[in-house]
Design a binder for this molecule. Structure first.
Ligand code: ATP
Length: 502
């Protein structure tokens, strides 16, 4: 599997993702999606909207504002409690998330000779062991080094704070105890700059759905069970944004609140949602065997939640959350009903009773999905070059559903007007339906390779046989590099089936 540096390098080189404000040295936690990245991202969002909104009669869409009345965030609990534990290194001035720092006492023949610390990572155990060895050597201690048992900084005893070295400097004594740090970005609305003008950039899209719940039931014909879906930006002032677009400060979410009766068999529906979401990931090219499930233990759930399962993915930095699917009871609607003083109850015509519906909440990050699609698609192999010799190639095996370009059209040679014109006219015809690339320059093998690296699934070449004989073109498959000849009609129905599934 490719590591994060390889994925990040390819994203930059081919115009998928750039660091934000790069000419000013970048801006930590913010990213720009380049010409290919924006296509991939839009295709992911479109596929999700098609399958979960257009493809289902029980889900409707919404696009709420990013800045909402600040009372929304007081009612939801975000003003008081949306925080991460933060630790400052007084010497380096760097800030860490306390739950991402791990430490251990280093013991030699039963005696503690000092402490080491590492940041959470796939390889942190071996890094910790290396640091422990180093400390033993540095202090010239004789005896047997005991196994290093890492503990989370959140579980450190107050007397240990002074002894644990900073991950930034390697020296003890500069880390503060963990403190709560609110992750919401604040701004001021209107001309005043006082407390009364404070508002927040939304840290999730979900609350917009709850705040509009009554509007939707009053203005549409939805009946429980039904869902409201939303795609949009969310902002979190993450203490340590890292791992590329996996954890950034500005990102996009695709969220659904699926409203159900309090009497519904929520366990069955929760399972159904987990299965449907996993199937959707497979439909956009993420292999099922790289997905996992992380069931949150009951004692770690929020007091109002009944269950939560994360769908995890093997990212380059480890098995991590891709999507959370929570059963939240009716906590949010209750909070908004109490805080706003508006009745948010739903009248159930079948049960002939009023209630505040419960919800199942599948919550997914667009950027994490982008990273998962990118990681799953990355491959290296060897194929024969123009001279028939094996050549290393890098390719992105995107599913045709999400690939930025669906096909590329090539005239075999550039300087034959009849080939060129025929290729242009096919290109124009195809680009009315799909995003298609046209490339006439360079050796044909090199042109194929350029498309392989950006994940274009089909290469279509117009050659002399096309114009002089039967009108057939060659269709090259990106993954197998196999080429077959076919007529234009057959080509279009083949592409329709492969790209749109029709
Ligand atoms: P984590 O534990 O990784 O911080 P979370 O449990 O706080 O994530 P949720 O609040 O459940 O995340 O958000 C729902 C989804 O939004 C996540 O599954 C993830 O895909 C995405 N997401 C959350 N925070 C970020 C972020 N900082 N950058 C990119 N995507 C994010």
């Amino acid at each position: 599997m490719a590591d994060m540096a390889t994925i990040e390098g390819l994203c930059k080189r081919r115009g998928f993702v750039y660091r934000s404000s790069e000419i000013y040295g970048g801006f930590n936690g913010f990213f720009d999606y380049g010409p290919l990245g924006v296509e991939l991202k839009n295709n992911i969002k479109r596929a999700w909207w098609n399958d979960f909104v257009h493809g289902r009669e029980d889900i409707v869409g919404l696009d709420a504002s990013i800045i909402m009345h600040p009372d929304v965030w007081r009612a939801s609990g975000h003003v008081a409690g949306f925080s991460d534990p933060m630790v400052d290194c007084k010497e380096s001035k760097l800030r860490f998330r306390a739950d991402q720092i791990f430490f251990a006492p280093v013991k030699v023949s039963g005696e503690i000779i000092g402490y080491i610390s590492v940041l959470e990572d796939e390889g942190m155990q071996s890094e910790a062991e290396r640091k422990a060895m180093e400390l033993k050597r540095h202090l010239a201690k004789q005896g047997e080094l005991e196994p290093v048992a890492l503990k989370n900084y959140m579980d450190a005893k107050p007397e240990e704070y002074e002894l644990i070295p900073s991950p930034a400097t390697g020296k003890p004594g500069s880390l503060t105890p963990p403190r709560a740090f609110n992750l919401m970005f604040q701004t001021y609305v209107g001309a005043m700059r006082d407390e009364s003008a404070v508002a927040y950039l939304r840290p999730e899209t979900a609350q917009g759905i709850f705040a509009d719940f009554k509007n939707v039931i009053d203005t549409t014909r939805v009946k429980i069970p039904f869902g409201i879906a939303q795609i949009g930006k969310a902002f979190r002032n993450e203490i340590t944004p890292r791992n590329f677009v996996f954890r950034s400060r500005e990102f996009e979410q695709m969220e659904i609140e699926y409203f159900i009766s309090p009497r519904e068999d929520w366990e069955k529906l929760h399972r159904q949602w987990i299965d449907d979401c996993k199937k959707w990931f497979v439909s956009i090219g993420i292999p099922a065997d790289r997905l996992g499930e992380d069931v949150h233990p009951k004692e770690k759930l929020a007091h109002y939640a009944k269950a939560c399962t994360d769908i995890t993915f093997h990212f380059p930095h480890g098995l991590q959350e891709l999507q959370g699917i929570a059963v939240r009871g009716n906590f949010d609607l209750t909070q908004h009903q109490d805080a706003s003083g508006k009745n948010l109850e739903y009248f159930d015509e079948n049960l002939k009773e009023k209630y505040l519906p419960h919800v199942i909440e599948p919550s997914l990050g667009v950027d994490r999905t982008f990273l998962a699609v990118m990681t799953a698609a990355y491959a290296e192999d060897e194929v024969p070059n123009d001279k028939g010799q094996p050549e290393k190639r890098t390719l992105l095996k995107f599913s045709p559903r999400v690939a930025p370009f669906k096909a590329a059209v090539f005239p075999l040679v550039k300087n034959k007007p009849e080939l060129f014109e025929r290729a242009r006219s096919l290109y124009k015809k195809l680009s009315r339906r799909w995003n298609v690339f046209f490339d006439a320059s360079g050796a044909i093998g090199r042109r194929y390779r350029r498309q392989d690296e950006i994940g274009t699934p089909f290469g279509i070449t117009i050659d002399f046989q096309t114009v002089e004989q039967d009108g057939t073109v060659t269709l090259r498959d990106r993954d197998t590099t196999k080429q077959v000849r076919m007529g234009e009609d057959e080509l279009i129905s083949h592409l329709s089936k492969e790209i749109d599934g029709i």
